[in-house]
Design a binder for this molecule. Structure first.
Ligand code: MG
Length: 220
C-alpha cells in the first residue's frame, strides 16, 4: 500500500481508477508524430501499477523500450458526476506527481494495429506517485514548472501552462463520461522530452510546490 504525506498527516492512495490523458502538450504530440487532439485522449491505468516514492520501477521482459513521462496528478476529493467547469475545483482534493511509465515498443505495435494501449501502460510499477499531496488551494495548476532527470541529466523541462486541455476542463470532461470517486487520480499528460529508462537508472521528477519524486529502475 502507498501512503503519501499531506499537510496534517497522511493518506492511503487507493484509487478506483487512474484516468490518464494522452497528448496534452503540443510539443509532446509533435515528438510522437501524433496529431493534436480536438478532444482529450483518455486511457486508464490500473491502480495495481502504483508505487510510492523511493521505490523501484521494474522493466518487464516483454518490452525492450520503456520510457518515462512526468505528469501533474490531480487527486479527486469528492464524488464527481457531470460537473460543470465553474464548480469543478470543489471536487479536487489536491495534486501530486505521477510518472506514466510506458512500454513504448508495445504501444507503437498496438497503435500500428489499431489496438488498445493498455498492455504498454499497465505493468506493475508503471505508476509511481508522490512524494506528497499538496492541497488544492496551495498551488495553481495552470502554471507550474514540471521536469524530469535521469541520472542527473535533464530530460523533460516544461510548464503546465502549455497543456492543451486545462485541469478544470479535464476534470469536468471526464466527470461527464465516468463518475470520479474520492481518491481517483487524473494523470494530465506529459511535456516533451520522453525517453528510455535502463537498468540501474535513477529518476528524479519535480513539480513546483510539490517536491521531487525519486525512483530507481531495475530490469528483471
Ligand atoms: Mg502520459
Amino acid at each position: 500500500m502507498v501512503v503519501l504525506p499531506v499537510k496534517k498527516g497522511a493518506v492511503n492512495i487507493k484509487p478506483s481508477k487512474i484516468v490518464a490523458v494522452g497528448r496534452n502538450y503540443l510539443a509532446h504530440a509533435e515528438e510522437m508524430g501524433s496529431s493534436v487532439p480536438e478532444k482529450p485522449v483518455l486511457f486508464l491505468k490500473p491502480p495495481s501499477a502504483i508505487i510510492g516514492p523511493n521505490s523501484t520501477i521494474i522493466l518487464p521482459p516483454q518490452s525492450r523500450r520503456v520510457e518515462h513521462e512526468v505528469e501533474l496528478a490531480v487527486i479527486i476529493g469528492k464524488k464527481a458526476k457531470n460537473v460543470e467547469i465553474d464548480s469543478v475545483m470543489n471536487y479536487v482534493y489536491g495534486y501530486t506527481i505521477i510518472l506514466d511509465i510506458t512500454a513504448r515498443d508495445l504501444q507503437a505495435e498496438a497503435k500500428k494495429k489499431g489496438l488498445p494501449w493498455s498492455v504498454s501502460k499497465g505493468f506493475d510499477t508503471f505508476a509511481p506517485i508522490g512524494p506528497r499531496i499538496v492541497p488544492r488551494d496551495d498551488i495553481d495548476p495552470s502554471s507550474l514548472h514540471i521536469w524530469l532527470k535521469v541520472n542527473g541529466e535533464l530530460r523533460q523541462d516544461g510548464n503546465t501552462k502549455d497543456m492543451i486541455f486545462s485541469v478544470p476542463f479535464l476534470v469536468s470532461y471526464i466527470s461527464k463520461i465516468m463518475t470520479l470517486e474520492p481518491g481517483d487520480i487524473i494523470a494530465t499528460g506529459t511535456p516533451a522530452g520522453v525517453g528510455p529508462l535502463e537498468n540501474g537508472d535513477f529518476v528524479e521528477a519535480g513539480i513546483d510546490g510539490i517536491g521531487t519524486l525519486k525512483e530507481r529502475v531495475k530490469r528483471i
